[in-house]
Design a protein around this ligand. Structure first.
Ligand code: ATP
Length: 272
């Protein structure tokens, strides 16, 4: 989620092994990774490689992580921007930043461009609450111009993330733009268990830690919440001077994270 405006062609060493669960989404994105690695194989019969895909799902479920892992697997540079960074920009700045980003990406192709929170700039007319409509439309128009401006053989794949596909301007979803949607859902019980396994790896835990139990205690948690629990538990145990993290520390950490989630839900007023 912390894609910065100027993540300019970074090399990432995140792979699919870092992404727990999301098995169906992984199968779909593996195909896109293969497009990046072997474009000729796909275009040889006259087919067109898709330019972009929309990753759809609630916050903290691993959309950014998966996009980075795709760049890591394909061994291509990762460019990113976040739609929310375009809020409150001066007139014209949003469009020129989009132009800059694509210019740099073209120079480093094959590559991946990731646009987090695309709904902040990609909302249908009249539905944006955050940005003046003129400026939002300028930014969105520039994005559409850039997407139409390169051929499907350019080696640039544009991924965008949103939890509100319903509010997106239909122009974004037309063929040749974000015409594929990949859904990234909150993990089920088994998914939470594998996410715990990933995030427990660096942590010194007691040997009788019950990971299945941790997964069953965290219904509704996204991957980001689980990462948070593991970190909190390690800090709680360290504060107590322990040399390993025990089940009771995880209990406390889960309570704390649930408290934080409740607070967040109270502060943020419902959208629309
Ligand atoms: P947002 O919509 O808020 O941008 P996101 O869906 O992009 O969220 P990420 O930023 O990818 O979520 O996830 C945040 C962090 O949560 C990741 O860096 C990772 O530590 C953890 N995480 C989320 N999902 C997973 C997962 N499936 N496997 C492992 N870790 C995960």
């Amino acid at each position: 989620s912390k894609a910065t405006l100027f993540d300019k062609g970074t090399r990432v060493n995140i792979t699919f092994n870092d992404v727990a669960g999301l098995d169906e989404a992984k199968v779909e994105v593996m195909e896109i990774v293969d497009f990046l690695k072997n474009p000729k194989k796909y275009t040889s019969l006259g087919g067109k490689i898709p330019k972009g895909a929309l990753l759809v799902g609630p916050p903290g479920t691993g959309k950014t992580l998966l996009a980075k892992a795709m760049a890591g697997e394909a061994q291509v540079p990762f460019f990113s921007m976040s739609g929310s960074d375009f809020v409150e920009l001066f007139v014209g700045v949003g469009a020129s930043r989009v132009r800059d980003l694509f210019k740099q990406a073209r120079e480093k192709a094959p590559c991946i461009i990731f646009i987090d929170e695309i709904d902040a700039i990609g909302r249908a007319r009249g539905k944006n609450v955050m940005m003046s409509n003129d400026e939002r439309e300028n930014t969105l128009n520039q994005l559409l111009v850039e997407m139409d401006g390169f051929g499907t053989d350019s080696g640039i794949i544009i991924l965008a993330a949103t939890n509100r596909p319903d509010v997106l301007d239909s122009a974004l979803l037309r063929p040749g733009r974000f015409d594929r949607q990949i859904s990234i859902d909150k993990p089920d019980l088994a998914g939470r268990e594998t996410i715990f396994e990933v995030h427990l790896k660096p942590i010194k835990t007691s040997p009788n830690l019950d990971i299945k139990k941790l997964a069953s205690m965290t219904p509704g948690f996204a991957g980001a919440d689980i990462a948070n629990v593991c970190n909190e538990a390690a800090l709680i145990a360290a504060r107590k001077g322990k040399n390993q993290v025990e089940m009771e520390d995880f209990n406390d950490a889960i309570d704390r994270v649930i408290g934080g989630l409740e607070k967040k839900n109270k502060i943020i007023s419902p959208e629309e």
